[in-house]
Structures are given as C-alpha cells and as structure tokens.
Design a protein around this ligand. Structure first.
Ligand SMILES: Nc1ncnc2c1ncn2[C@@H]1O[C@H](COP(=O)(O)OP(=O)(O)OP(=O)(O)O)[C@@H](O)[C@H]1O
Ligand SMILES: [Mg+2]
Length: 250
C-alpha cells in the first residue's frame, strides 16, 4: 500500500524542502518506487532537481488544465514539479466545491504506481497545505531546534486535528524530526527536550545535523547522496529514511 506523506510546518526555513528531497531520494535508493511532489509556489524542490521555471506544474493539474506532470529522475524516483503559477492556485481554488480534495483526487489517479509519495508543503497553513494534509496518510513535521519553533506548534496541531475530524480521518502525525541540529548549542539541546515532551514517542531518533553540504547540494542541482555521499547530511538523511521505512514495516 502506498504511503502518502506530507512534510509540513508553516514556519519557514525549517528544512521541509531539504528533507523532502533527501528522504525521497534515500527511499528510492532503497528500491522503493517514490514520487516527490512539489506543492510550494517557491518551487525550491523542483529547482533542487534542476527543474526551473517548468512550463507545466502541479498548478496545471490542480486547475484542470492538464494531467499531473511527472518527470522521471531515476528508475525508482519521479518528480512532479511546481512553478510560480502555483502562487495563484489558492485564490483560483477558493470558489471550487470540494476545494480541499482537489489534490487528493489527482493523487488517487497515480498513487498505485508508488510505494511512497512525499509532498513538500509551502510555509503556510493555507489551502495548498490543507490539500496536502487531506491527500496524505501521514504528516511529518521537521523542526529546527530553536525556541521559536515551539511557538506555532499549537496552531499546526489544531489544523491537523481539524483535518482529521472533518476531511481526512486517516491522517496522523507519524513523526517529528529535528533539523539543523548542533549538539554543542545549549538552546538546541533544550528545545530537543521540549519537543520530545510535546510529542511523546513521535520524535525520530535521528537528528539532522547542521551541515553546509546540505546548503551547497541543491545549488549544484544535486541531492546530498550524489553531492557529498560521506557528509553528515548524507549519513543523517539515510539514517532517518531507514527509521521511516522501518516504521512502515512494523
Ligand atoms: N541540516 C542543515 N544544515 C544546514 N543548512 C540546512 C540544513 N537543512 C536545511 N538547510 C538550509 O536551510 C535553508 C532552509 O531549508 P529548506 O529550504 O529546506 O527549508 P523549508 O522549510 O523548505 O523552507 P521554506 O519554508 O521557505 O519552504 C536552506 O538554505 C537549506 O539549504
Ligand atoms: Mg521549502
């Protein structure tokens, strides 16, 4: 059965895109047929794979102008890109009946081709993120280990609970992971403890360490395993992805 995972946090810059790319690539390298879907008008994820300013994006499928565009990256990895057009999708969809289910209906047409579908959400709790959460079986929340990370969590959990009640009974917070972590920084260690208390039994053991190679790789249109296979970033994302995969085989 396919696992559809939204990577969501309305806080900006917490590592949603970096995580979607590298967890997706890691799962595909383990042999799982994986689709990475860019649902952010910033299109950083698409850019990271070298798909810049694509003509057709998920926007065209959401607005029924075309079928979902899917590009083959490797034998086991596909990408559905975004572009700036997506920035008007929320306005265009706002008057549509069943507007929260538009992405789900699109994913339903292709989901049987995959073991994992990962959705990179924009940094907001608007209609795009709601569509992602309605279409997903699970949500993962990346958190940078800063005090401000704790601040918006009640709001995020409220939205997820509302979606669970009204739109998608299946969705659950399947995991939380720390990004940009530096064990030498006291704040990082304190916040990690606070997050573990806030989400008992939900925090993955693997913490993604701060690592400059993760910043450099997308500039070269590469994932971390291709760009710097022995970097901390590659080691951490492979470890996290193995934890994620193991959780699905229980
Ligand atoms: N572990 C890490 N170590 C160092 N830098 C990182 C790490 N993870 C991500 N970054 C960098 O931090 C910035 C934000 O990361 P990213 O774009 O993945 O976050 P995001 O949550 O997707 O942001 P947005 O909310 O804008 O979509 C990027 O420049 C990225 O390269
Ligand atoms: Mg992003």
């Amino acid at each position: 059965m396919v696992n559809i995972i939204a990577i969501a946090n309305h806080k900006g810059g917490v590592g949603k895109t970096t995580s979607t790319q590298n967890i997706g690539v890691a799962l595909s390298r383990m042999g799982h047929k994986t689709l990475i879907l860019d649902l952010d008008p910033q299109a950083n994820l698409s850019d990271s794979f070298g798909y810049e300013d694509v003509e057709e994006s998920i926007y065209d499928a959401l607005t029924e102008k075309a079928k979902i565009p899917i590009h083959t990256i490797t034998e086991t990895l596909d990408l559905c890109p975004a572009n700036l057009d997506l920035s008007v999708a929320e306005v265009e969809l706002s008057g549509v009946t069943g507007r929260e289910y538009v992405l789900k209906d699109i994913i339903d047409t292709i989901k049987d081709n995959y073991d994992y579908i990962l959705i990179d959400c924009p940094p907001s709790l608007g209609l795009l993120t709601i569509n992602a959460l309605t279409a997903s079986t699970e949500v993962y929340i990346p958190l940078d280990a800063q005090y401000f990370s704790m601040k918006g969590l009640d709001k995020l959990m409220y939205i997820i609970n509302q979606i669970q009640k009204r739109l998608n009974k299946e969705i659950q917070v399947a995991g939380v992971f720390l990004t940009q972590f530096d064990n030498r920084v006291i704040v990082n260690r304190n916040v990690a403890e606070m997050i573990e208390n806030y989400f008992p039994n939900k925090v993955f053991k693997t913490r993604i360490r701060k690592n400059i190679a993760l910043v450099e790789a997308p500039i070269e249109d590469k994932d971390i395993f291709e760009y710097a296979p022995s970097s901390n970033g590659a080691v951490d994302y492979m470890k996290l992805s193995k934890e994620i995969d193991a959780a699905h085989r229980k």
